[in-house]
Structure formats: structure tokens, C-alpha cells
Ligand binder design. Structure first.
Ligand code: DON
Length: 308
């Protein structure tokens, strides 16, 4: 078993922070624009139940696109692969995460569940009779995965995105025109923006990463929190699409299944070995945490974490 060294981790964080000046905090969701680009923290959840961390891991991070992988797991459990993949594809794309361009090509089915169009379709499949019931089901699942009953969402961030999400609304209307979704767009936007605003610490992120790393099992009780096949599908998407149109480069340089969010969060799962949560709001031009990716690159090289 690997022994992650806390002092070394602190040093890696300081090194990676030097790159913050090349990144930019997301501001298309106004509430995220307040983040400090120089912030960088990491938690590693290890098989012996220990957490090794560096930086301020008490800071709460909104999941943003990281939520897409959790929502996908939930709808796969609820509805099964056939129904989900009838509406959303399995292929990566070199288009940005919010692009509408590919939807114009027949049959208007989003390429994968990690880009916004695909994620909106997945969110529309979360079961329940009202937005609040569907959100509660998702939150209950998130809390189980993180082993933390206190997890909720940031009303400020959800509201801020809801009021400005014109591009996502356009994707929804496009999908509705082509009968990929049929629900009310404002309701879907309310659920999606609250889903993206679910907030947790790097330690929670690391624990969810470790559940995926353990093929869906609870790190303490070994109870299955999701079926093995669902965990396998999630990790596969994390490799092929989790870092958007940087997923290839990330696979080569880091080689760990991971999912990023524009808040600067990254959730990573090193199969059988550990879960990792990172928070660094300075983003690169693809919307991934620039400092977070640098940090993971260093970690992967030092501890030989690449799965390839
Ligand atoms: O839908 C959006 O644009 C955001 N709520 C989430 C996008 C995101 O996190 C992309 N990730 N790197």
C-alpha cells in the first residue's frame, strides 16, 4: 500500500500554485467569479480510511460538472443502460462542454453525458414527481456516496446560474424540439442548476472518488452503493470525457479517471488504490482546474498512479 506523505503533498501544492497566474476563475456564473484563483487544496482518501490532505480542505466546493457523473450513476441505477443510452451517446468530442454545434447533426442526440447537452438529458431522467423530490433523491445518493449527511446545495450559486444560463436553456429548447427531452425547460433548469450547486469539501470528493475506485463499494462497510457495472461505466466516461476536450491529454499526462467542474473541483478515482478530491479555481481554457491538473500530474508521476 502506498504511504502518501503529507509534507510532500504540501510541497506539491505550493509548486502547482505557481501556475495559478496562467488560469482564470469562471465568471460566466457570476457567483463563481468571487473565488480566489490562488486557492489550491487536495485530499486523498486511502484504503486504510486515512485522509492525507494539503491546503484548506474545509472549503466547500460546488460540484458543477462533477455532479454529472453522480447524476449519471443515479439514472443508470433507476432506468438501466438501454433507456439512458437511447437518449445520450457514449462518444467523446473535441467540442467545448457547452457547444450546441453537434446537436444539429442527426439524430440530435448528445454525444455523451459529460457535455452540458448530455448532462441536461441525464438530469431530465432523474425520477420523482417534483423538482424538490428529484433533487432530494439525488442529494440522498450524494450523501450516501460521501458518507456525509450534511451535504446540501448553495442557494446563491444555484440562483446565480439559473438567472444567467441562457446557453443551457438554448440546449434544452433544442433537445425539446427534437424530442430528446419533454419536460418543462424552466423546471429542468431549476433542477440542473441546483444539482450543479451541490457543495462539499475535498474530503467528501475524495471519498466519492474512492467509492468509484472500489467499484461502487462503501470504503468502510463494503456495502455496494452502486452496481459494479454502473461504477465501471462512470469511470470509463471519466477517462474518455471527464476532462472534456482535454481528456486525451489528461489521460496521457495523468492517466487517472477524473471529472472536473468549472468551480475548480476535480474528483478522481484511482482504481483499487485511492480517491482524490482537488479544489483549484484557476481554470484553463477548456474549463478544467489548471493548478489542479498540474498537481494531479505531479502526484501521478510520483506515485505511479496512471492506470495505463
Ligand atoms: O452548466 C454549466 O455550465 C455549469 N453548471 C457546469 C459546467 C462545468 O462545470 C464544466 N466544467 N468544467
Amino acid at each position: 500500500m502506498l504511504v502518501y506523505n503529507q509534507e510532500e503533498l504540501v510541497r506539491f501544492v505550493e509548486e502547482a500554485k505557481q501556475y495559478a497566474r496562467y488560469g482564470k476563475v469562471a465568471d460566466y456564473i457570476p457567483a463563481l467569479g468571487k473565488a480566489d484563483p490562488n486557492e489550491l487544496s487536495i485530499a486523498i482518501y486511502t484504503p486504510d480510511g486515512r485522509v492525507v490532505d494539503a491546503g484548506d480542505v474545509t472549503v466547500k466546493v460546488t460540484l458543477q460538472s462533477i455532479s454529472k457523473i453522480i447524476a449519471l450513476a443515479l439514472v443508470l441505477i433507476d432506468r438501466g443502460e438501454d433507456e439512458v443510452f437511447h437518449k445520450v451517446g457514449m462518444e467523446p468530442t473535441d467540442y467545448p462542454f457547452h457547444s450546441i454545434a453537434k446537436l444539429e447533426e442527426k439524430p440530435a442526440k448528445p454525444l455523451n453525458p459529460m457535455i452540458n447537452a448530455g448532462a441536461l438529458v441525464v438530469t431530465s431522467m432523474i425520477q420523482g414527481s417534483s423538482v424538490s423530490e428529484r433533487l432530494e433523491r439525488l442529494l440522498a445518493f450524494v450523501r450516501r456516496l460521501a458518507g456525509n449527511e450534511c451535504i446540501s446545495y448553495s442557494d446563491e450559486v444555484a440562483r446565480s446560474e439559473f438567472e444567467t444560463a441562457f446557453l443551457n436553456r438554448s440546449l434544452c429548447y433544442f433537445l425539446k424540439q427534437h424530442r430528446i427531452i419533454d419536460e418543462d425547460v424552466e423546471e429542468l433548469m431549476e433542477l440542473y442548476t441546483k444539482q450543479c450547486a451541490i457543495e462539499m469539501t475535498c474530503i467528501d470528493l475524495a471519498r466519492i472518488g474512492f467509492v468509484l475506485a472500489l467499484d461502487g463499494r462503501d470504503p468502510h462497510s463494503s456495502e455496494p452503493l452502486m452496481p459494479l457495472d454502473v461504477a465501471r461505466i462512470c469511470k470509463t466516461f471519466m477517462v474518455t470525457c471527464g476532462m472534456y476536450n482535454s481528456s486525451g491529454e489528461f489521460a496521457i499526462k495523468v492517466g487517472i479517471p477524473a471529472k472536473s467542474g468549472v468551480s475548480g473541483g476535480i474528483l478522481a478515482a484511482v482504481p483499487g488504490r485511492c480517491g482524490i478530491g482537488v479544489f483549484g479555481p484557476a481554470l484553463d481554457d477548456k474549463g478544467n482546474s489548471l493548478t489542479g491538473v498540474k498537481l494531479l500530474e505531479r502526484l501521478s508521476k510520483t506515485y505511479s498512479l496512471s492506470i495505463f
